[in-house]
Design a protein around this ligand. Structure first.
Ligand code: HEC
Length: 313
């Protein structure tokens, strides 16, 4: 074996040969690439927040500027309460309020009511800090907080909790006041006004509520037969006003629109005179026909029946 001289680097790398075969350059420079990749990667990871930042500004839309439709809600019966009793806090009602608060409110207002709940962090305005006396909109008195729970704070994340039973609202109020500095006192007038405004001692019934858009849809569906009946009547008057059968129909109707809608509901009346007479006779004063319709002779009844049957599928 040939002896190597460690001091003579020229013996290790034959630069002349390397210069002639470019593929071998790679062997010499690849460590620089590795260093570059490692440092580039480190730079990326360390500055992840900055380099990955979205350069396009987000567009904030002020949703309070667009009227929102009301939500669907089940109606409730709110029983009357003894207002003189319920405005007095005690340990039991505060404990109940604390439970309700934890499940319903703490996500925004924070476990201790400091306005620092996770769900509230993105809100503007921020959820109220109950341990501060500043910036209350409705106020900190019982009647004020009751109003907040009934109506919410429009234009903020604070929605109305009007569906909660009155007792639960007071439990929440007493709990919130229990963690407040200098609990403000209520005058008898304020409490009487509160009772009056929300008929607390009388109780009240809150009907089901559905969104306006949905209500309109239902209404237009309901008005379809009315609309169809009106169209039919208009065309009958237009084209058949001198038809004796139409004149009989006209005479025996107290309300043509109602009569047409009634006839639309069933096919049973088309088969014979007696079924026609029976159909009219049932519900006679509400179905748009006058009792006079039952006094028609067979020929008139038959004429009217076959005349009308043509217009119903
Ligand atoms: C989705 C988040 C959210 C939830 C849940 C929430 N709140 Fe609020 N609340 C807010 C915000 C936001 C404000 C501040 C409104 C403002 O300053 O305009 C607020 C304000 C209030 C205020 C102060 C009103 C005033 O006069 O300024 C009270 C009291 C209150 N909330 C009670 C409650 C109670 C009780 C619950 C549970 C039943 C509750 N909140 C649930 C977001 C929330």
């Amino acid at each position: 074996m040939e002896e190597r001289n460690p001091n003579k680097i020229e013996e290790e790398i034959d630069f002349q040969a390397v210069a002639k075969t470019p593929i071998r350059w790679f062997g010499l420079i690849y460590p620089y690439f590795i260093v570059l990749i490692i440092f580039g990667g480190l730079y990326y990871v360390v500055n992840l927040d900055n380099v990955a930042l979205n350069k396009i500004k987000p567009q904030y839309v002020d949703s309070t500027k667009f009227p929102k439709d009301i939500t669907a809600k089940k109606g409730v019966i709110l029983a009357g309460v003894n207002i003189a009793e319920i405005v007095k806090p005690d340990d039991k009602i505060i404990a109940k309020g604390k439970e309700l608060y934890k499940s319903t409110c703490s996500s925004c207002h924070g476990e201790e009511g400091k306005g620092d709940g996770a769900a509230g962090s993105a809100l503007n305005p921020k959820p109220r800090n109950f341990s501060s006396k500043d910036a209350w909109i409705n106020g900190r008195k019982i009647a004020d907080i009751y109003k907040t729970l009934e109506e919410g704070i429009p234009g903020s994340g604070m929605v109305a909790y009007e569906y909660l039973p009155v007792e639960d609202k007071f439990a929440l109020i007493h709990f919130i006041q229990s963690i407040m500095p200098d609990i403000p006192q209520n005058t008898a007038e304020e409490l009487a006004l509160l009772d009056d405004t929300y008929s607390l001692s009388k109780g009240r019934i809150m009907p089901n509520q559905i969104p306006v858009a949905k209500a309109l849809k239902i209404l237009s569906k309901e008005s379809e037969p009315v609309h169809e009946a009106n169209m039919l009547i208009a065309s009958l008057i237009e084209t058949h006003k001198s038809d004796p059968n139409f004149n009989v129909f006209d005479r025996v109707c107290s309300n043509k629109q109602r009569a047409i809608i009634y006839l639309q509901k069933s096919n049973i009346w088309k088969s014979s005179n007696s079924s026609f007479a029976n159909y009219i006779a049932s519900n006679i004063n509400n179905n748009g026909f006058k009792p006079l319709a039952l006094k028609l002779n067979d020929e008139q009844l038959n004429g009217m029946r076959s005349f009308l049957a043509r217009f119903f599928e």
